[in-house]
Design a protein. Structure first.
Lengths: 112, 111
């Protein structure tokens, strides 16, 4: 089954404790992306990647890091999380840029 | 000015009616446009993509694109209670591979 898998689905943590949200897709997609969704602000793109070792900033990259060492994986790293990063995060992938994206189930992060 | 704007609603229509959802965008040279549906607590799922001016139909859904006026709309014919969700408009500007989403329009179809 074609899917984008995110882990964990839920996480409650404390300020400053480094965390990683993993994202993996099994569709051999070249394009992968991370979004955060906040009430009233909608979906905002954090980072995206056109292919292995190619990443670019989206609209709200501050406080986040990503890497794309393998085509199927695109982890999101919060090196020093802060409460304003409490949000619902989605990973998505597509065959290429400018094409429809397939979303993962989401990760709800709460940073205290 | 936001890149993509949608009326947040809520929009309520009776079952069987046509629901009309609208979206405007700021980048005149945008090329790719998408409508996603998001049920409460779920991830967005693609309904339609449209790339050229005019109408594109898929079952009960019709996407309409007018690049001169910088708007894209989604019509849902014969609306069903199962269509009750938030509808997200997404735009990919011509200048790169970034995506911009509107804040979504909440639709309720009343049985």
């Amino acid at each position: 089954e074609a899917q984008v898998t995110q882990n964990p689905r839920y996480l409650i943590t404390v300020t400053g404790k480094k965390l990683t949200v993993t994202c993996s897709q099994n569709m051999n997609h070249e394009y992968m992306s991370w979004y955060r969704q906040d009430p009233g602000l909608g979906l905002r793109q954090i980072y995206y990647s056109m292919n292995v070792e190619v990443t670019d900033k989206g609209d709200v990259p501050e406080g986040y890091k990503v890497s794309r060492k393998e085509k199927r994986n695109f982890p999101l790293i919060l090196e020093s999380p802060s409460p304003n990063q409490t949000s619902l995060y989605f990973c998505a992938s597509s065959p290429g840029g400018r094409q429809p994206q397939h979303f993962g189930d989401g990760t709800r992060l709460s940073i205290l | 000015q936001k890149e993509v704007e949608q009326n947040s609603g809520p929009l309520s229509v009776p079952e069987g009616a046509i629901a009309s959802l609208n979206c405007t965008y700021s980048d005149r040279v945008s090329q790719s446009f998408f409508w996603y549906r998001q049920y409460s607590g779920k991830s967005p799922e693609l309904i339609m993509s449209i790339y050229s001016n005019g109408d594109k139909e898929d079952g009960r859904f019709t996407a309409q694109l007018n690049k001169a006026s910088q708007y894209v709309s989604l019509l849902i014919r014969d609306s069903q209670p199962s269509d009750s969700a938030t509808y997200l408009c997404a735009v990919n500007p011509n200048t790169g591979n970034q995506f911009y989403f509107g804040t979504g329009t909440s639709l309720t179809v009343i049985p």
